[in-house]
Design a binder for this molecule. Structure first.
Ligand code: NAD
Ligand code: TYD
Length: 359
């Protein structure tokens, strides 16, 4: 039975990954979820998993060398799937330091602890051990023109403190592969959406605000483009890369789904109107009048677009969920998880929102 060490499994993508892995492998794997439970981590995301005998949660900071080393010492870990990170660009603009701390130094701790646990005295590694570093397409910078894409060979050109810190962590993983032949892969994925996403990110923020009749803050001219991927397609790709990918390779993961932000906001409003029953009191709020153009994000990358050709050719992965379907699944999930939304938006979220949007 393989033992997985998942970092950041109480966050958005990590919790979706853990649910997916138990649906796929059932009792045939064991997962240890290590998460510091920052504002973005929430154990409610793991309801239905926590009771499993083949699952354990450990509250620890990935920067804490002795806590992470102790987990490797106590468990024969076969797979590391490293999600834990500070993940929101706007927060990185206001407070870059914690991004360097967690994303760069925390990744270094993960690499060192895995290397120490897996390396043989002669510098080779125990059989079938693999580390997957989950990263972002934002490390490649910004595309201006239509028809150009990020490839695995595109030079890194990060602009925000978030993407710079992720680029730094990717470079560390690359250096461990090159210097120590450390058994790893890197995946660089486009923007995800779906269940359990914290409402500081575009899609859940717009759904939550619209349902409350609050303004929908669109940065700049609203024409920045992101390539949106349904989160379940991403976590499937992560599992496939770890099991079928060539070791030491980087794989780009993307949705073939470029949309301007303003298009996304309008699709959300149209879909909400379509899905809410006539008599639902929230339906009366839903109108394009909520759209409010606000000051642009500093250093706002214009366009991201992934060419997921390599992962398709080598592993056979392709995005399966069309945006029109994924956005309905996502909105339905938020309809059914009002309590979850209330919990995550109480307390610190209010303060963040007021400071960020000056309301
Ligand atoms: P998230 O912010 O929802 O979750 C991050 C998780 O990491 C939280 O549970 C948090 O508690 C935990 N964490 C933060 N600092 C920690 C620390 N020091 N020690 C231990 N745990 C800590 O993020 P997400 O959107 O799920 O992203 C997960 C990963 O995927 C990140 O590495 C991110 O860069 C990458 N990624 C995200 C997207 C996206 O669209 N969200 C796209 C591509 C790549
Ligand atoms: P976000 O979800 O923060 O992801 P990222 O910055 O990592 O791509 O933002 C997606 C896009 O939406 C980005 O171009 C910024 C824009 N945006 C808004 O226009 N308004 C908002 O309130 C937020 C959070 C984002």
């Amino acid at each position: 039975m393989k033992t997985y060490l998942v970092t950041g499994g109480a966050g958005f993508i990590g919790s979706n990954y853990i649910h997916y892995m138990f649906r796929k492998y059932g009792d045939a794997i064991r997962i240890i979820n290590v998460d510091a439970l920052t504002y973005a981590g929430n154990l409610e995301n793991l309801k239905g998993v926590a009771e499993r005998e083949n699952y354990a949660f450990i509250k620890a900071d990935i920067c804490d060398k002795s806590a992470i080393a102790a987990i490797f010492a106590a468990n024969d870990i076969d797979r590391v799937v490293h999600f834990a990170a500070e993940s929101h660009v706007d927060r990185s603009i206001k407070n870059p330091e914690v991004f360097v701390q967690t994303n760069v130094l925390g990744t270094l701790v993960m690499l060192n602890c895995a290397k120490n646990a897996w390396e043989n005295p002669d510098g080779t590694y125990q059989q079938d051990k693999r580390f997957l570093h989950v990263s972002t397409d934002e490390v490649y910078g910004s595309l201006e023109e239509e028809g150009t894409y990020f490839y695995e060979t595109t030079p890194y050109d990060p602009h925000s403190p978030y993407s710079a810190s992720k680029a730094g962590s990717d470079m560390l993983v690359r250096s461990y592969m090159d210097t120590y032949r450390f058994p790893a892969n890197i995946t660089n994925c486009s923007n995800n959406y779906g269940p359990f996403q914290f409402p500081e990110k575009l899609i859940p923020l717009m759904i939550n605000n619209a349902l409350q009749g609050k303004n929908l803050p669109v940065y700049g001219d609203g024409k920045n483009v992101r390539d949106w991927l349904y989160v379940e397609d991403h976590v499937k790709a992560i599992d496939l890369v770890q099991e079928k990918g060539r070791l030491y390779e980087t794989y780009n993961i993307g949705g073939h789904n470029e949309k301007q932000n303003i298009e996304i906001v309008k699709i959300i409003l149209d879909t909400l109107r379509d899905m809410l029953p006539e008599q639902d009191p929230r339906r009366k709020h839903i109108s394009y009048d909520l759209i409010t153009y606000v000051e642009d994000r500093k250093g706002h990358d214009r366009r991201y677009a992934i060419a997921p050709d390599k992962i398709k050719a080598e592993i056979g992965w392709e995005p399966e969920t069309r945006f029109s379907e994924g956005i309905r699944l996502t909105i339905q999930w938020y309809f059914e998880h009002e309590e979850w939304m209330k919990h995550v938006t109480s307390g610190d979220y209010q303060k963040y929102y007021e400071e960020m949007y000056q309301v």
